[in-house]
Design a protein around this ligand. Sequence first.
Ligand SMILES: Nc1ncnc2c1ncn2[C@@H]1O[C@H](COP(=O)(O)OP(=O)(O)OP(=O)(O)O)[C@@H](O)[C@H]1O
Length: 236
Amino acid sequence: MIQLHNVCKSYQKDSAALEEINLKIPKGDFVYITGASGAGKSTLLKLLYCAEKPSRGQILIDGQNVTRMGLGRIPRLRRRLGIVFQDFKLLNRRTVFENVAFPLEVQGRKRYEVSKKVFHTLKMVGLEHKLQRHPLELSGGEQQRVAVARALVIDPVVLIADEPTGNLDPEVALEIMELFKGANARGSTVLLATHDREMIRRIPRRVITLDQGRLVDDRAPYDTVPGEEEAERWEL
Ligand SMILES: Nc1ncnc2c1ncn2[C@@H]1O[C@H](COP(=O)(O)OP(=O)(O)OP(=O)(O)O)[C@@H](O)[C@H]1O
C-alpha cells in the first residue's frame, strides 16, 4: 500500500510542483498518472522513489515512512522498486545484458540465477539477440525496452514508469503495456505516468489526473475516460 498525506513539493519559493496530494494506492493496483506537461507527474513519481523529498506531508510505502527515511536506507527501498526513467538512465559503457543484470547483482543474486533471469526478461522484451550490444548502438525504442527489462527483472514490489511508451510506435507500446500487465498480474503494483490517452482507452485502469500540481480527478478503471471537453485542459 502506498499512501500520501497532504504532500506538497516546491522546487522554488513561490511555485508549487505538487499541492496537498492525498492518495491511497492499494497493493496490486495499476494506476495511470496523467495530466498536461508540467502538471507534476514526474515529481510525484520522484517522491515515491525518493529522488526528491516532499516539502510537506508524509509518504508511506508498505507502512514505511519514506519521508523520514535516512539516506542510508533509501538504496534498500529502491532495490525493491522497478523504475523506468523518462530518459532511461542506461549505463552506456555496459552491454544490454550487463544493464539488465545490474539490479540483480546489487541484490546479491547468484550468477546462474542472474543469467537465467536476464535471458528470460530480454526474451520477454524481444531483445535476446542484442544482449552484447551497448545502449548507444540501439534505437530509441530498443533502449526503452532495455530500461523496461531492467525494471522488470527483479519482479518489483512497485513498478514506477515515467512515460515508458513515449517514443514507441503504437504496436511496440502495446507490447510494453502487456509486459506491465504481466508484472501486475504477478503482484507488482504499477504506477505509470503517461500522456497517452489512446493507451488509457485501450487498457483501462485507475486514472489519476494532475493539473498544475493538484490532484483533480481519480477514476476507477471502467468509469468513462475523460471526453473531448477535457482534452483542452490536458493540452493533448
Ligand atoms: N528540478 C526542478 N527544479 C525546478 N523546477 C522543477 C524541477 N523539476 C520540475 N520542476 C517544475 O515542477 C513542475 C512539475 O514538473 P514535472 O516534471 O513533475 O511535470 P510533468 O507532469 O512530469 O511534466 P512532463 O509531462 O512534461 O514530463 C513544472 O512546473 C516544472 O517546471
